[in-house]
Design a protein around this ligand. Structure first.
Ligand code: PHE
Ligand code: ZN
Length: 898
């Protein structure tokens, strides 16, 4: 248990490491109870006199040798955080032997055992739990590894790079030797050892080299890894065609782990994955699961260039690899979704992907950027780096890369990326190095301009607001658009007393529609560019104006098309204007956005009504707007499923001055029920028109139909349509794929009669109890049901299938209840908050990284109605005052209370 007072590390304090570690040889005698690690480092001094400081945590030191001689105890000190050696010469061979205890390691950082298999997790600072080493990303070395273990229990021995030898040893043990030809920081080291099966294929890279691709999993899952292997092949091809980036290894391995803190990890040539992002078959995985598998496989594969070949100088630069790699995986998915479709369908598929990404950004990142953990995509300081694998670093980081692509254009962006690799291949660099490479191209195509204002996106936190003012002059037929940006200080900025923040470079895509919804050709005054339907405005100052000529009448503006920047737009649309945009905008993203805004208005008004004890009503024009999308024949099913979905609760909550979560959820449910009731015949028609008979395929067209059909079913059931319960029950019982089965079960649990729901839940467990990923789904459905309160959750926690030690299982129940169950979690008696405090503390004793994520459920406590926020604050204080709290949780709860 860590008890030291928190230390804040700041970006400015970076110092290069005084030694080079040119080569590392790691030798493992693997034993679950106590593993012996012998590490041989070739060191080269770069700075006179500096002692050698190596990180190390929870290790037992056995011996230290310098150039073959045992080191005298007077020459070194060992402490809780590492080892310091004095008086080393210019070039030294250092050999350190130490022990660690994989079996007892519940943190899942360093070397641990999951399901009888050894795994490692080293990013960010896990390598120091394996052996003493400079555990920082700018120390790069050539690694060779020897693994030794009992052959019967651990027949497969894997590490990074190429297998160079495997031999049987006496006493039933065997060993394998691996060599990674590339320099890497220790956070990319990995080993896996155990009983595993695998599926493999051989493919040729662009330049004609044959490479071996393998996906490993627990025995018995070999029939669930085919999609993952195919996704890996698609990722490999895509990076070649889109960015001319080729796989640099002869062998690329993915291993599924049941116990894993995050989604997956890009260790060089040996990616370790949360099993949830590898294993799939139609009976147990949903369309969303298939999509996530392909995205995460792409993401980790793309890290091989953006992260591994070029890595981060320090952890403040995390977005250098994560923002860029999220951008790459989003583009990969968009391209895969559009493959094989005609132009219109392909454009719609891309918009659907863009909508999904923006929904995530708004539900997860916008609240973060307005709360106590708000930080720039390149943070200025941290206490625990594990707390900074955030939606801001990842998702906003990706938006910042996307804006650079928008400003440079796709070709310019590709050229900038090529320049980045020319300059920095094999190095550990900074975000600024990335922007500088992009800027070198930007300056060629935009003479006299640079990215100096753009760079502020890396140093500022908070979601900027862009206020739009439009003037129209009948006499001159001119329309003037004025944009004004602002970004209030948030989080650490506020605490540091920062009051003014410099403006950002905001690419703002827009169009104008006439009163019939027809796109108007845009002709900017003073520009001789040909008129077009869409225009990219570049706002680089606090405020600026643009004048459009030959506009026949006062237009309706279509703003922030394709979400061209991660900002909040402020413009006073009338409901009628939003309805017009929703019906006609040529930009499909903006069209979706208009509908979401209309729904937001309805739900927020209904929330006020609920709070005031008034009946919540729905405007007829809103119902008609929904009907027109529901019955539109020019829109595909996947798109309509997004356009007809109600805005997320977390996004709506950000719009309220004082959050009353139960009133909000009640209003949102009421709206769903009303739309269900008033459009029943149209929902039923959508159910009938979107059946997907025949063999299951997770392709985007079929998935879009299922999404539309299942959305319609939920509306129908919520609206009390008499035929709906039988339809949903029938779908639950007879469906041949998990998407339809889960959708039916979810509808029953949330909107159906209790007995029908309980019967189906029991059946589901019976059917799937031997599949952990399906059991997670079963817990999640109950955790998020509006009928679930703390008592129900506590009952589920003593279910034999529940354990807090497995992160996926903890997430499926505890996190889902605390984060996604407004009715149960926010009970006015505060029982949900006390439960949260208990679970944060229980998890903290096992796994601080996971506990700190749960701790963040209270981030926005200050915004809730007083009766709730007082109790939330109390729960936060109870946690903060608990002795022996980890550094991870300490940072989160103290920031929340600051
Ligand atoms: N680097 C991983 C990714 O984004 C995430 C990760 C971080 C995994 C820390 C494990 C631990 O792909
Ligand atoms: Zn990543």
């Amino acid at each position: 248990m860590r008890t030291d007072s928190p230390v804040t590390i700041s970006r400015q304090s970076y110092r290069p490491y005084p030694f080079e570690v040119t080569a590392v040889h790691l030798d493992f005698d693997l034993d679950p109870a106590s593993t012996l690690v012998t590490s041989r480092l070739s060191l080269h001094r770069k700075e006179a006199n500096a002692p050698l400081v190596l990180d190390g945590e929870e290790l037992d030191l056995v011996s230290i040798k310098v150039d073959g001689q045992l080191l005298d105890a007077s020459r070194y000190e060992v402490g809780e955080h590492g080892l310091t050696i004095h008086g080393l010469g210019q070039t030294v061979e250092l050999e350190i032997a130490n022990r660690c205890s994989p079996q007892a390691n519940s943190t899942l950082m360093g070397l641990y055992v999951s399901n009888g298999v050894f795994f490692t997790q080293c990013e960010a600072e896990g390598f120091r739990r394996i052996t003493y080493f400079p555990d920082r990303p700018d120390v790069m070395s050539r690694f060779t590894v020897t693994l030794r273990a009992a052959k019967a229990e651990f027949p497969v021995l894997l590490s990074n790079g190429n297998l160079i030898g495997q031999t049987d040893l006496p006493d039933g043990r065997h060993e394998a030797q691996w060599e990674d030809p590339f320099m890497k920081p220790c956070y990319l080291f990995a080993l896996v050892a155990g009983k595993l099966t695998w599926r493999e294929s051989r493919v040729n890279t662009q330049s004609g080299r044959e490479v071996l691709l393998q996906v490993y999993s627990d025995p018995g899952n070999e029939n669930k890894t085919q999609f993952a292997l195919e996704s890996l092949e698609r990722a490999l091809r895509w990076d070649e065609t889109r960015f001319s980036l080729e796989l640099d290894l002869d062998r690329f391995m993915i291993v599924a782990a049941r116990d894993f803190n995050m989604g997956a990890m890009e260790n060089k040539g040996l990616n370790v994955f949360n099993a949830a992002y590898v294993l799939a078959d139609p009976d147990s995985a949903t369309d969303a699961n298939y999509g996530a598998i392909e995205a995460v496989i792409g993401h980790e594969y793309f890290h091989n260039w953006t992260g591994n070949r070029v890595t981060c100088r320090d952890w403040f630069q995390l977005s250098l690899k994560e923002g860029l790699t999220v951008f790459r995986d989003q583009e990969f998915t968009a391209d895969m979704m559009a493959t094989g479709l005609d132009e219109t369908a392909a454009a719609s598929a891309r918009t659907v992907k863009r909508i999904d990404d923006v929904v995530t950004l708004r539900a997860a990142q916008f609240p973060e950027d307005a709360g106590p953990m708000a930080h720039p995509i390149r943070p200025e300081s941290y206490q625990e780096i594990g707390n900074f694998y955030t939606a801001t670093v990842y998702e906003k980081g990706s938006e910042v890369i996307r804006m650079q692509q928008t400003l440079l254009g796709p070709d310019g962006f590709n050229e900038g990326l090529a320049e980045y690799f020319r300059r920095h291949d094999g190095q550990a660099v900074t975000c600024d190095d990335f922007v500088a490479a992009m800027e070198s191209v930007y300056q060629k195509t935009h003479p006299g301009r640079d990215l100096s204002v753009f760079r502020h996106w890396y140093s500022q936190a908070g979601t900027p607001r862009v206020k739009v003012d439009m003037r129209y002059d009948d006499a001159t037929r001119r329309c003037t658009l004025r944009l004004t940006q602002s970004c209030a200080p948030v989080g650490v900025e506020r605490l540091a007393g920062i009051a003014v923040k410099p403006p950002l470079h905001i690419p703002f895509s827009m169009g104008l529609l006439d009163a019939d919804g027809k796109a108007l050709p845009l002709k900017l005054a003073g520009s001789d560019a040909a008129a077009s339907d869409s225009c990219l405005l570049e706002l680089t100052t606090e405020t600026a104006e643009w004048v459009f000529e030959d506009i026949p009448s006062r237009p309706v503006p279509s703003l922030l098309r394709d979400f061209s920047a991660p900002v909040i737009v402020e413009y006073d649309f009338s409901d009628a204007e939003l309805a017009l945009l929703m019906a006609h905008d040529t930009n499909a993203f903006a069209r979706w956005e208009a509908g979401q805004q209309l729904a937001t208005r309805q739900i927020l008004a209904a929330t006020d009504a609920v709070r005031g004890g008034q009946p919540a009503s729905l405007s007829d024009s809103f119902v008609e707007a929904w009907r027109s999308v529901l019955t539109a024949t020019d829109l595909d099913a996947a798109y309509r499923a997004r356009a007809l979905a109600l805005p997320a609760e977390k996004t709506l909550a950000e719009r309220m001055t004082e959050v009353d979560p139960i009133a909000l959820a009640t209003a949102r449910d009421h709206l769903r029920a009303e739309l269900g009731r008033r459009l029943a015949a149209d929902w039923q028609a959508a159910v009938d028109a979107n059946q997907t008979p025949g063999e299951y395929s997770p392709d985007p067209i079929a998935a879009g139909k299922r999404a539309m059909k299942n959305l319609a079913l939920a509306f129908l059931l919520a609206g009390g349509a008499p035929q709906a319960e039988a339809q949903v029950s029938e779908q639950y019982a007879s469906s041949k794929n998990m998407t339809d089965r889960m959708a039916a079960l979810s509808a029953l649990v949330n909107f159906g009669p209790r007995e029908a729901a309980n019967t189906a839940l029991a059946d589901f467990f019976e059917r799937y109890q031997s599949d952990p990923l399906s059991v997670d789904k079963w817990f999640t459905l109950q955790a998020t049901s509006r009928h679930t309160d703390v008592e129900t959750v506590n009952g589920l926690m003593v279910h034999p299938a529940f354990t807090l030690r497995n992160p996926n299982r903890a997430r499926s129940l505890v996190f889902q209840f605390c984060l996604n169950n407004p009715y149960g979690f926010h009970r006015p008696d505060g029982s949900g908050y006390r439960y949260w405090a208990e679970q944060v503390l229980a998890l903290d004793r096992l796994n601080p990284e996971i506990s700190a994520r749960l701790a963040r459920a209270m981030d926005r406590w200050i915004r809730y109605v007083p009766a709730l926020s007082a109790q939330m604050k109390q729960a936060l204080e109870d946690v903060r005052n608990h002795p022996g709290l980890s550094r991870n949780v300490t940072e989160i709860v103290s920031k929340a209370l600051e």
